[in-house]
Design a binder for this molecule. Structure first.
Ligand SMILES: [Ca+2]
Length: 506
């Protein structure tokens, strides 16, 4: 049977149309997929990026992988699953500013010239002469950026952009330094300047909507990564959360089973997830070291708005384990072995020498911390017997060596009822009670709660640790015994509070 020519022409025409539509679809798909595709990194410089994420007042058991059960932290936990999770990681002080000085310089706070918390009107800050992580990375050709809370001085000479960061978006100090009672229940006690939000050295907003802080920080961090995807970068993301006042964006409000605190932690976790996703999209997974930890233990004074400490004793503002032992995670696919759990003691001053060694940057030796790189890459064991010292307000109050924790006599503020302490509620502070401790020795392996003083049983251990204490007093310093350390750094003072911060508008 013969098809008529008109039928054949019609068939050919329909084939042509089908073909044309298909070609058009392919073109449309190519155009749109091209638009949607993330720009992949094109790196000539193989040195790894470094991202340090620092939480504020997050407690040891605030992550699922450390025991949290009323909220979930899958993205933060992923850092440990794909890298290393530390179970005995410390900060050398249970307070914001000196802890940040330790992270950024790799040195004990007194050696970095920062002894205590810096308020908006404190006339000192991180000395300009201190070499920060950002300055080191900038000097060797990295791009450097900071997003979030600084808290190392609110005068321009102390700000991040004068300490090696090429860019900064965030708050100059804690989010409760505000004259508004909604952000600071004790605003009647001290009338702070309106909380400034900075971009570099310019105040771009006053009293920003804190519900959006974590989201805005995250967007800034992602923008920084996108901008610098083709060159090595150092990004320091210092969340304002979960420091009280707690604020969370609408999508996270009421989503956890841990109240507002749980919601806030889940938003910080989701922020981390978005950063990890972006690194993967850009093909930067194996070119990026990501570190996460917290600046001090939970603010137990805030009760349900403070974090958790598990079985540890006390929290923020004390040098018991609850104040100084932190969740800590580090991930660097292709470099650091995955799934490690590190039980040897480590400290936040180790972070800088570690990431420098992993990045192949040599020639710096002023650190009190030690590089953990060879242990993390499976080449050696960590030194489990380093003496680590814990300070509060310039006072050397306790130390750890091996399994031992020694406290020297000092007074502290306790949240425990037996000392008159009582946790607050709903964002309002409770009260601390005054407490005193004498010489006390604890075996942290048998007694992580620091509940049974064994100093009488092990006098030789006490004597050995006191020798280390005396050495630290003479080198680092100690205000309990009126000692100025031979290696301590003088604080840098300014003459007056920056007028723009206090009452100006720009
Ligand atoms: Ca803090």
């Amino acid at each position: 049977m013969q098809f008529s020519s008109s039928y054949q022409q019609g068939l050919a025409y329909r084939s042509y149309c089908t073909y044309a539509v298909a070609v058009l679809l392919v073109i449309i798909l190519m155009v749109f997929s091209g638009c949607a595709r993330e720009p992949e990194a094109n790196r000539a410089d193989e040195r790894p990026n470094v991202i340090v994420i620092f939480a504020d007042d997050m407690g040891y058991t605030d992550l699922s992988s450390y025991g949290a059960s009323r909220w979930a932290t899958p993205s933060l936990d992923r850092l440990g699953e794909e890298g290393a999770r530390f179970t005995n990681f410390y900060v050398p002080t249970p307070a914001c500013s000196p802890s940040r000085a330790a992270l950024l310089t790799g040195r004990y706070p007194l050696k970095a010239g920062v002894r205590e918390v810096i308020s908006p009107r404190t006339l000192r800050g991180l000395p300009e002469a201190e070499e920060t992580a950002a300055e080191i990375f900038l000097e060797v050709g990295y791009r450097t950026g900071m997003v979030g809370k600084w808290h190392l001085g609110a005068n321009p000479v102390f700000l991040p952009t004068n300490h090696g960061f090429e860019s900064w978006f965030g708050l100059p100090y804690s989010n409760d330094y505000s004259p508004r009672s909604i952000n600071n229940p004790r605003s009647y006690a001290v009338m702070w300047p309106e909380l400034p939000l900075f971009r570099d050295t310019t105040i771009v907003e006053r009293e920003p909507d804190q519900r959006l802080l974590t989201e805005r920080y995250t967007q800034e961090a992602l923008g920084f990564i996108d901008t610098h995807k083709d060159e090595p970068f150092f990004l320091y993301l210092a969340h304002s959360m979960p420091h009280v006042p707690l604020w969370v964006s609408d999508p996270f409000l009421g989503e956890s089973e841990g109240g507002l605190y749980g919601d806030v932690i889940e938003e910080v976790d989701a922020s981390t997830g978005r950063i990890l996703d972006r690194l993967a999209q850009l093909g930067l997974d194996e070119h990026t070291i990501v570190v996460f930890t917290s600046d001090n233990g939970p603010w137990l004074l805030m009760g349900d708005h403070g974090g958790t400490k598990g079985a540890f004793r006390e929290g923020k503002a004390t040098t018991f384990e609850g104040g100084v032992r932190m969740p800590a995670l580090i991930r660097a696919p292709g470099q650091i072995l995955a799934g490690q759990v590190i039980d040897e003691p480590a400290i936040v001053m180790d972070v800088l020498p570690t990431v420098l060694e992993l990045a192949g940057i040599e020639g710096r030796d002023r650190f009190d911390g030690a590089s953990l790189a060879s242990a993390l890459t499976g080449k050696s064991e960590l030194d489990a017997n380093r003496p680590l010292f814990f300070y509060r307000s310039g006072q050397l109050r306790s130390m750890r060596k091996g399994k031992w924790k020694l406290h020297v006599p000092h007074t502290y503020t306790s949240i425990l009822e037996e000392y008159g302490g009582s946790p607050g509620e709903g964002g309002h502070p409770g009260a601390y009670g005054p407490a005193i401790i004498g010489i006390a020795l604890y075996d942290l392996e048998a007694d992580p709660s620091e509940s049974v003083d064994v100093s009488q049983t092990y006098p030789d251990v006490v004597q050995e640790l006191l020798t280390h204490i005396e050495d630290a007093r003479s080198r680092i310093g100690d205000e309990l015994t009126d000692r100025i350390g031979s290696e301590a750094t003088e604080p840098q003072f300014i003459e007056a509070v920056w007028p723009t911060l206090e009452d100006g508008r720009n």
